[in-house]
Design a protein around this ligand. Structure first.
Ligand code: NAI
Ligand code: MG
Length: 392
C-alpha cells in the first residue's frame, strides 16, 4: 500500500487537505496517510516551521500532499515565538520554499484548465455582440528553484559584490549611487535546471498530446538569462518533431492570454515569470479555488493548491472555501504515481458538479466571503466535497 505524507499546514489547509483525503478514499484510492508537522504552529512552539521529522518522513515516503501555510512578516514572527525561544537566533523561513530547496523540487507544474459551466470562466465578446467562452487548457511549467526567486540579493551590497558588478560596462549608469542606497536581486539560471524544466515541458506535451510548447521569457532585453532559456528550448524542440516551439515575451504573453487564451498549450518559464503567467491563466479558469500544482524533484514530489491559508476564513465553521484546487492537486498526485484511472474519475466527478451548478462555494457565486454566504445559497466546503463524492 502507498504511504502519503499529509501536510495540512495552517488555516484552510487544515480543512481542504482532510476533505481531499476523504474524496481520495471514496474514489477507491487505497493508501495510508502519515501526518507531517508543518507551519506556523511549529514555528511558535519549536522555532522551526519545517521540523526535521517532517523532512525525514518525505525522505522516506517520497510523496507529499500539502494544504497551505501561513507566513507572517519578520516582526510578527519574532513576537509570536514562544517566550523560551525568543532571542535565541531563530529565524522564520517559509517551509514550502524550504521543501522546494531541500528536495530540489525544481519542476513546478500548474495546469489551468476550464471546466464547462464554471461561472468564473473567461468569456469574450464577439463581433456580433454576443459572448463566447473559449475553453482554456494551458499547463504552465515554472522553474521552481532559480531565477529571480533564488534569493541571491542584497540591500547595501558588500564592497566585493559592488566591485565585481563594476566589471560590467552597464554598471556605469549606477556609478554615483552609494551602496547604501542600492538594492540588487540577481536572476541566475543554470543550463542544467533550464534543460530540466524545458525537457519536462516537452515530455508533458508529448504525453498528453499538446501541439505546441511556448517558452515565455524576454530575450530581447534579458539577453543572457532569457537568451539561455530560448536557445535551450530551440535545441530541445528538435527532439520533438510533432510539437512546435513558440516563443513569447512575458509582457506580450499577458496580453495575448486575455485575448486568445485557448491558443496556448504547454508554457515554460523561469521562476518569477512562471509565477506570473500561472496566476494570470488561473484567473481565466476560476482563480484560487481552482488552481492546482505539483512540485517535482528527482525523488520527492509535493502536490499543493496554489492558494494560501486564507486567514480571513480559517475560523469559519462550517468552512466556506472551495476545496477543488486541493482536489485537483490530489489528482496530479494520482497521475504522478500511476493511479490515472482514479484521477480521471475524480476529475470527471468535479466536472459534473461544476457543470450541473447546483452546489457552489461562495467564490463560484461571485459573492463576498463570510459567515453569511450560506443564506445566499452557497455550499460549504464539506457540502461541495459530498457533492463530488456523490458524483463519482
Ligand atoms: P490566500 O491564497 O490565502 O488568499 C487570497 C484570497 O483568496 C483571500 O481572499 C482568500 O480568502 C481567497 N481564497 C484562498 N483560497 C481560497 C479557496 N480555496 N476558496 C475560496 N477562496 C479562497 O493568500 P493571502 O491572503 O495573500 O495569504 C494568506 C496567507 O497564506 C499568508 O500568510 C501567506 O504567506 C500564505 N500563503 C501561503 C501559500 C502556500 O502555502 N503555498 C501561498 C500563498 C500565500
Ligand atoms: Mg504566486
Amino acid at each position: 500500500m502507498r504511504t502519503i505524507v499529509a501536510l495540512p499546514g495552517d488555516g484552510i489547509g487544515k480543512v481542504v487537505l482532510p476533505e481531499s483525503i476523504r474524496l481520495l478514499s471514496a474514489a477507491g484510492f487505497n493508501a495510508e496517510y502519515v501526518n507531517g508537522d508543518i507551519g506556523w504552529e511549529f514555528w511558535i512552539k519549536e522555532g522551526n516551521p519545517l521540523p526535521q521529522r517532517t523532512v525525514d518522513l518525505l525522505e522516506k515516503h517520497k510523496i507529499g500532499l500539502f494544504g497551505a501555510i501561513t507566513s507572517k512578516p519578520k516582526s510578527d514572527a519574532e513576537k509570536e515565538l514562544s517566550p523560551d525561544l525568543k532571542g535565541k537566533g531563530y529565524v522564520y523561513f517559509s517551509p514550502i520554499v524550504s521543501l522546494r530547496q531541500k528536495f530540489n523540487l525544481d519542476i513546478c507544474i500548474r495546469p489551468c484548465q476550464s471546466f464547462k459551466g464554471n461561472p468564473l470562466n473567461f468569456i469574450r465578446k464577439n463581433s456580433s455582440g454576443g459572448f463566447e467562452e473559449p475553453l482554456v487548457n494551458a499547463v504552465i511549467f515554472r522553474q521552481n528553484t532559480e531565477g529571480l526567486y533564488a534569493g541571491v540579493e542584497w540591500t547595501n551590497p558588500p564592497a566585493d559584490v559592488r566591485t565585481a558588478l563594476e566589471t560590467h560596462p552597464k554598471m556605469k549608469f549606477f556609478k554615483d549611487v552609494p551602496s547604501e542606497e542600492m538594492a540588487i536581486s540577481t536572476r541566475i539560471i543554470t543550463k542544467h535546471a533550464a534543460t530540466r524544466i524545458i525537457k519536462a515541458a516537452f515530455e508533458y506535451a508529448k504525453k498528453y498530446g499538446y501541439k505546441n510548447v511556448t517558452v515565455c521569457e524576454k530575450p530581447n532585453v534579458l539577453r543572457e538569462t532569457s537568451g539561455m532559456m530560448l536557445s535551450i528550448a530551440k535545441a530541445k524542440a528538435k527532439e520533438y518533431p510533432g510539437i512546435s516551439l513558440w516563443d513569447t515575451n512575458i509582457d506580450a504573453q499577458m496580453m495575448w492570454m486575455t485575448k486568445n487564451p485557448e491558443d496556448y498549450g504547454v508554457i515554460v518559464a523561469e521562476n518569477m515569470f512562471g509565477d506570473i503567467i500561472s496566476d494570470g491563466f488561473a484567473g481565466l479558469v476560476g482563480g484560487l479555488g481552482f488552481a492546482c500544482s505539483a512540485n517535482l524533484g528527482d525523488e520527492v514530489a509535493v502536490f499543493e493548491p496554489t492558494h494560501g491559508s486564507a486567514p480571513k476564513y480559517e475560523m469559519l465553521n462550517p468552512s466556506i472555501v472551495n476545496p477543488i484546487a486541493m482536489f485537483l492537486s490530489a489528482c496530479m498526485m494520482l497521475d504522478h504515481i500511476g493511479e490515472n484511472a482514479i484521477a480521471a474519475k475524480i476529475r470527471k466527478a468535479i466536472a459534473k458538479v461544476v457543470e450541473e451548478g447546483n452546489v457552489k462555494t461562495y467564490d463560484m457565486m461571485k459573492i463576498r466571503g463570510g459567515a453569511d454566504v450560506f443564506k445566499q445559497g452557497a455550499a460549504s466546503t464539506l457540502e461541495l466535497t459530498d457533492a463530488v463524492i456523490a458524483a463519482l
